[in-house]
Design a protein around this ligand. Sequence first.
Ligand code: SAM
Ligand code: SF4
Length: 329
Amino acid sequence: MTQLIDPFGRKIEYLRLSITDRCDFRCVYCMSEDMTFLPRAQILTLEEIFTLAKVFSELGVNKIRITGGEPLVRNGALQLIEKLGQLPGLNELVMTTNGSQLDKFAEPLMAAGVKRLNISLDTLNAEKFRTITRNGDLKTVIKGIDAAKKAGFQRLKINAVILKDQNHNEIIDLVQFAIDQGIDISFIEEMPLGVVSDHDRSGAYYSSDLIRQDIEQQFTLLPSTEKTGGPSNYFQVQGAKTRVGFISPHSHNFCSTCNRVRLTVEGRLLLCLGNEHSVDLKQVLRANPGNEEIIKQSIINSMQIKPEKHEFVLSEQPVILRHMNVTGG
Ligand code: SAM
Ligand code: SF4
């Protein structure tokens, strides 16, 4: 089988698949308040998404993460996921969600073959939750986490973006919540993707090292041997099942082991989260109906422009103009 290998010798086996740019939340670090979403004609149909995912799986991609926007707000998402769950080359089908629809979808997702879920949760305070998400309801998400636990996923993980003076004082509470729930948690440094209106990103920067220091006031973190091939650096909480991860795009660059690419819902293949290098697969797909060989060749060729690494500079206007909901976080 042809494998996807970039000029830096990195093997690409992981696709992050954004199936919508829409969302029922408006998180302050992800979107501006008055987002304009893509018109329908501009986004891939579910059939087109499936075709592209299938071609990737035939090129050695064995892990797909479904994301967005909020993936579960797209009509027909479950039917797409059921089909993805049957792709023979795929070992891992996973999803990142804000949890708002999990009460309804946790069981069917599990039945469709989704193995693991990342659920975003930045605060346990209902009022703060509403401020950060601009309109989300904490209770619904907690209910969603309960439903996911009941459904029996292989692994559940909370993703928390930490912003100085907004939720940095909740780090210990969030770890304790993860321990009580028997699930994992990752802390994420905010990335400068798109212009956001409510806060100054450099003022809100709270590094992974500071987060770790805070956690170690209360818990002992043991180095974990686990390597996911991803950007998370894991520790085991002593005496608990919970692992704590740190995703540190600013303070600890993780590009040398990058094994992933992203497909936006517009059909743009992004070769790097922090650079604009991309290939328009929607154009290739629509210009060559039924010709999967041409798509395959475009994907293989695209590896040549995968950048070596990202550079994020918080003090400057974002170089990357697309927001995270468009990027597929
Ligand atoms: N809506 C889903 C959710 O929130 O989990 C999936 C998409 S969201 C874009 C994926 C992840 O990206 C979430 O965990 C979110 O917290 C994170 N995220 C969004 N904007 C970010 C930013 N500017 N910097 C770092 N992480 C961000
Ligand atoms: Fe929506 Fe997720 Fe972005 Fe929040 S982080 S606005 S839940 S896509």
